[in-house]
Each structure stands twice: as C-alpha cells, then as structure tokens.
Design a protein around this ligand. Structure first.
Ligand SMILES: [Zn+2]
Ligand SMILES: [Zn+2]
Length: 470
C-alpha cells in the first residue's frame, strides 16, 4: 500500500488507510506478507481519499464556477465527507462565495466531524468557518493556495493552531498498478500520446514549479527539500494521468443526444436520430460525465464499474449526491470479493452489489430532487429505474451509446427505463463518441485555431469537436 518513501512525503496517507476501512484494511495488511499476487487481484484502484481530493480539484472546473471570487482569491473546489464516510457535498467557489463558505451555508448543522478536501489551502475566511463548524480535519493539495497573500496564509495557520481542527497538505499518489490497469481498459483509438498530452495539459493548469519552491516557507511543511519536491511533483503528475484516462477519450469529441424509444418487434428499441436534440448544456454534461466516470473507478466490481452523480436545482445547479456500485459498506473481502477481477465470483456477488444510482439516492444531501439530472455511466436497470422516477429526477444522461442495446443484459434487465422514456416521464440522453475525429480535426484549420485559443481547456475543445461532427 504505502511505501516508506510515500510515508515520508505524507504521513497522512497511512493514517487515512486505517481510518477508511479498518477491518478490510487489516485483512489486506495480513495478505501483503503472503506475496503480491493476491493483493493485485483485489485492491487495484485509487484510494478513497485520493478520489475525494481529485473530485475537489475537478470541481474547480465546474461550469458554474467563477474564475475568481472577490478578485484576489483563487477558485477552490471542495468535497465534504461525513464521519460515516459518505460524501455530504461537492462544490466550488461561485456566485461571489468561496467554495468552503457555500457548503457552510447550504449544509449548516451537518458539518461537525466532516473530513474536508479542498483543492487549495483555504484563506483565512474559509479557515475561520471551518474551525467554527468543528470539522475534523482539512486536507489541501500542494498547489497554490486560495490566497497567496502571506498575511492571509499566516492568519489561516493561526486559526488552525488554536483549534482542535487539523490541517494537512495532502500529497496525492496513484500507484503504478492502478494506472497500468486503467491503461488496459482504454478504447483502442486512444494512444499513449493522447494520454500524455492530456496529462500534461492538466498538469500545466494546476502545477506551478515556482510555487512549490516557495511552499516550504508559505506552508507548515518543514520537510520539503529538493528530493521531496521532485517526489511530490511526480506524485501529482500520476494523479493527472489518472484523470487523463477518463478525459482523453472524451477530448476526441463527444455529443449528448436525446434518445427515443419505439415499439419495435418484441423489445422496445432505443433509437437516436441523426439530428436528435442535444443535452442543452454541453459543458455541464461533459464535466459531470467525467465526474461520474471517475466515480465508476471506485467500484467493487471492476468489470462493471458504474458511477452516478445527481445535480439538482434549475439554475444554480448543485451536486446533490454521488455514488458508485459496491458491496455494503464495511463488508469484508472475505464476505464479498471487493474490487476483485475474478470472474468465478461474479454470479455469487451479483445480487449483493448496491448499484451506483441506489447508493447515490441513499446519501443525497437534499430530499427534493425535482427536475434533478442524473449523470450515470451506464443505463439504469429495472432495480434502479423506479427509484429514480420516485426521486423526482426527470433527466438521465448516460455515458455510453445505448442505441440498439437489448433490454435484457446478463443478470439485469432494462425494460422500465425504456418505458419511462417512451412515456416521456424521463428524458434520456446518450453519450456518443466520435470514432475518427483525429484526422478530421487536424485537417480543419479553423478547428485547430479554436483549439489553440481555448487556453487548454478540454471542455472547450470537446464542445468544438462535438459541434463540428454533428
Ligand atoms: Zn476562502
Ligand atoms: Zn441498477
């Protein structure tokens, strides 16, 4: 799990693992001594804490964020995790309100004991609020703080010093094994170059070598020397690569098109016209689908990972909940083959897995999901569809092409969602991937120019390609 080297970079990692799932963790530790073989089979996925941190970072790109709040403060993405290990909120700075402050106002009374993942070291206002709300600990990435003003940084540190709330710089790290596994699952048309390019773009957006040089004096980080700097930089790069595995294929160009269900032969057939309606907010769909796909990689069932996230509110969209498919929390590996690739275990584990949509609905931070939008990586099954309908969600955006799919797939069936689409109870959009956009993109000078001028934002690129390939 953690090598000695990592532990010296960030002692919080190992501390975390114990907090996360004590029983499962202890079991893993025992097995480690038996050799790497059985380890490889079960836990090759990003740690939950790294996932929360990357989601916080990704929320900086939420389409409704304001790039700067009150001018001198950088945008910040936040994820609050309840003591029960459920995500309470994911948000970012917007509407002139700091990310942390938004969660404080929207979820007051629920914050005590939360673990807080903020993309950047909080400013003194946010520190004040965090300390007052009695969260348990605040983690932030080693990237530039929300405010670089020295006085601000010192004030924030003083606030934490006099309170029981801990703050820690969090050095993300995705192990090689996890990256290697993700690489194997990439679609054929995605080359290592595509991944490298995407990773570098993300890295450039967030990493500043100049800042890390100053980090030792600006942060309570006594051990940051040259070799550690390099390690921290390379660990951060591994996280960017982890995002790139999801994002690079979507950068090739995707569209979110409305599907229809027609009464064809025996099975209701899902159809999508060439000129079908698009999901009205491409940037939002693009952003949230990456979010959902990142969640899917936390699954207990690597062969069928599903991620789901629900946005509610018509104008000021809020992340109401998120989930992935897995066994009941705190279940042991011995009880269920957590994160196992073993096919033999499939049948026995199948009916025990709690679907991503179900998990999301169980932990949502608001009861009212009227007009909510569900972004889910795969089409909801007959177990989940009635629950989605009941929750008030009216729109489902699916992260795969469902046109022509069959209503009976393996152990699960998908009749109800078809019925709801046909009866217009639910509007459903499918994500279509552009198969051969690379050449056409390159050959179109107009598109190239747009790509260059979009300041490295993949969302803009995606948006352009989607329009170009309609
Ligand atoms: Zn702030
Ligand atoms: Zn389901």
């Amino acid at each position: 799990m953690q090598t000695g080297k990592d532990a010296s970079v960030t002692p919080f990692h190992s501390q975390f693992s114990n907090m996360e799932d004590e029983r499962g963790h202890n079991l893993l530790r025992k097995d480690e001594s038996k050799g790497s073989d059985c380890r490889e089979k079960r836990e090759t996925r990003i740690s939950k804490e790294n996932l929360y941190m990357v989601l916080a970072l990704w929320m900086e790109r939420f389409p409704l964020q304001s790039s700067r709040v009150q001018q001198k403060f950088k945008k910040v993405g936040v994820v609050f995790v309840l003591p029960s290990d459920r995500v309470l909120a994911a948000d970012c700075s917007r509407d002139g309100v700091h990310g942390v402050a938004r969660v404080m106002v929207n979820h007051c009374g629920k914050l005590e004991g939360c673990k807080v993942f903020v993309s950047r070291k909080p400013c003194s206002l946010c520190a004040k609020l965090l300390v007052q709300s009695r969260v348990s600990r605040v983690f932030y990435l080693p990237i530039e703080p929300e405010s670089e003003n020295k006085g601000e940084l010192a004030r924030a540190d003083n606030l934490f010093k006099v309170s029981p709330v801990g703050q820690s710089v969090f050095v993300p790290c995705v192990e090689e094994g996890v990256l290697a596994k993700d690489e194997k699952r990439l679609p054929e048309e995605i080359t290592p170059d595509d991944i490298g390019e995407c990773r570098d773009q993300l890295f450039k957006e967030w990493w500043s070598a100049e800042w890390i040089k100053r980090a030792k004096v600006c942060l309570p980080w006594p051990c940051l020397d040259d070799s550690m700097e390099n390690q921290v930089e390379s660990d951060f790069k591994s996280l960017m690569k982890w995002i790139a595995f999801v994002k690079a294929p979507m950068d090739k160009g995707v569209a979110f098109k409305k599907v229809k269900v027609t009464e064809a032969a025996e099975a209701a057939e899902v159809k999508c016209d060439r000129d079908a309606e698009h999901y009205p907010d491409f940037n939002m769909a693009f952003h949230m689908m990456i979010f959902a796909k990142m969640l899917a990689r936390q699954t207990d069932d690597p062969k069928k990972g599903v991620g789901a996230v629900i946005l509610n509110g018509t104008e000021n969209k809020e992340v109401a909940t998120l989930g992935w498919n897995g066994f009941p929390s705190k279940a042991l590996f011995g009880e269920f083959p957590r994160a196992s690739d073993n096919d033999d275990a499939r049948e026995t584990k199948f009916s025990y897995v709690i679907h991503a949509e179900q998990n999301a609905l169980l932990v949502r931070n608001t009861k009212d999901l009227t007009d909510g939008v569900l972004f889910v990586t795969k089409l909801p099954c007959d177990e989940c569809a009635p629950m989605i309908k009941l929750s008030g969600v009216k729109t489902v955006v699916v992260g795969e092409t469902i046109e022509g799919s069959t209503p009976k797939g393996g152990e699960l069936s998908y009749y109800l969602i078809r019925e709801y689409i046909k009866e217009e109870i639910i509007a459903c959009y499918q994500m279509e991937t552009q198969k051969t956009p690379t050449k056409r993109l390159g050959s179109d000078p107009e598109t190239r120019k747009k790509m260059k001028s979009s300041d490295g934002s993949g969302m803009d690129i995606g948006s352009q390609t989607a329009i170009n390939f309609d």
